[in-house]
Design a protein around this ligand. Structure first.
Ligand code: LLP
Length: 388
């Protein structure tokens, strides 16, 4: 059960909907990730895009993780929350001049560069500031991450990374660019990857590319293998913390690295997903000709993943019914005027009545951050476990 008796009493008196962050679970997750990575001398940058809630960021930062940012504002936010600039990476296919300038001003750890043109722009802007930008080249390794097509990024047909045919040109630019410092290679092949074999394949591709660059005389200090480690959305209670040992062990085993080479990761979801839950109240119950609907006070405006990716989140009733009833199949939907505004179809729950609280689990990653004010919805609230 997510809440004990006394917490449940408090929650029942609270205004819904809200994200509920389990700070103990977050702490335990971060501890597991940092132990498993540190013992192999691996560097982890937290992918800020997964959740940039202030206290979540502060806790992550306090464990010594760096930050992986995809906008100028994420860089500024990370600095504000105490992440050191020399642990900040900056990725993204469309970095604006203003964002590049922000990153240069703060001397971040690396730009993960996604095109030859971007290399040239960073060089020019760095020259104007009298700075040298650290750059890693993002290579698209053409690996199938075996995940949802909207969150696959490492295939040739995706917009990410420098296409292989442009790499020789990128090296030419690096040879003459006075305001660029080449530090290494970057890869990221997708998100919610649960088949760990995919990461083994990634290692083998990284080894090949590393050799290719070294043969051309480039020295590689940083191997950044991105993020993508998936979590168990089906059984959040059975598997609240990802097996970080197994994950990092794969890279330890299959990635070839020299003494002076550093391995970097950009984990988002695996660090925060299970620590977030979305608490909601049932506004109405309704029976159609064949279906029973539960209409919640939370919708795709607060948690977009089911509508956008057909993502599954476990849904539970928070309070037991006084008398145990048969389980009923419900379609659980939100209040927004869009047919895709649904959280689950044919979900079996004990009987639910108007006013009953439901919780949508594993919503700590790409939840609060993807909320919108479509329909002029109220801004989503959040509560931390140590505050109730
Ligand atoms: N590094 C890069 C370059 C990325 O693009 C991403 C995520 C990450 C790291 C972190 O990936 P993670 O460890 O969290 O899988 N909104 C989608 C997920 C989008 C992921 C985008 N890139 C969702 O709700 O499933």
């Amino acid at each position: 059960m997510l809440f004990d008796e006394s917490q449940l009493m408090t929650v029942k008196g609270m205004q819904t909907p809200f994200y509920y962050y389990d700070m103990n679970l977050l702490e335990a997750t971060l501890k597991a990730a940092s132990e498993a990575s540190q013992k192999r001398d691996f560097h982890v940058h937290y992918a800020v895009k997964a959740n940039f809630n202030d206290r979540v960021l502060q806790k992550i930062q306090s464990h010594g993780f760096g930050a992986d940012c995809v906008s100028g504002n994420e860089i500024l936010k990370s600095l504000e929350q105490g992440f050191p600039a020399n642990k900040i990476t900056f990725a993204g296919v469309g970095k604006s001049d203003k964002e590049i300038q922000i990153a240069l001003e703060h001397d971040i750890f690396t730009f993960n560069v996604e095109s030859v043109q971007e290399l040239e722009v960073i060089n020019e802007l760095a020259a104007l500031q009298g700075k040298v930008g650290n750059v890693a080249l993002r290579i698209n390794p053409n690996i199938d991450a075996k995940t949802h097509k909207y969150i696959t990024t490492g295939l040739d047909e995706n917009k990410f990374g420098i296409p292989a045919k442009d790499l020789s040109r990128a090296i030419k630019v690096l040879e003459t660019a006075e305001n660029l410092n080449f530090v290494g290679l970057h890869f990221h092949i997708g998100s919610q990857i649960t088949d760990l074999n995919v990461f083994k394949n990634l290692c083998l591709k990284v080894n090949q590319w590393k050799n290719w660059f070294e043969e051309k005389g480039l020295s590689i200090k940083v191997l950044n293998v991105g993020g993508g480690l998936g979590v168990d959305y089906n059984f959040p209670d059975e598997n609240p913390i990802v097996d970080f040992e197994r994950y990092f062990e794969i890279f330890d085993q299959f990635l070839e690295r020299r003494e002076n080479q550093e391995v970097h990761f950009e984990l988002g979801r695996a660090l925060v997903a299970q620590s977030g839950n979305l608490v909601s109240k049932t506004l109405y119950t309704k029976s159609g000709a064949q279906k029973n609907f539960l209409i919640l006070d939370v919708g795709m405006t607060e948690l977009l993943r089911p509508a956008l990716y057909q993502a599954y989140h476990k849904i539970e009733k928070l309070e037991k019914n006084p008398v145990e009833s048969e389980r009923i199949k419900y379609d659980i939907v939100g209040p927004i005027c869009e047919s895709s505004d649904a959280f689950g179809r044919n979900v079996e729950l004990p009987e639910v009545k108007r006013g009953d609280l439901l919780v949508i689990r594993s919503a700590g990653a790409y939840g609060e951050v993807m909320a919108s004010t479509y329909n002029l919805r109220e801004e989503i609230r959040y509560v931390y476990s140590d505050e109730i």
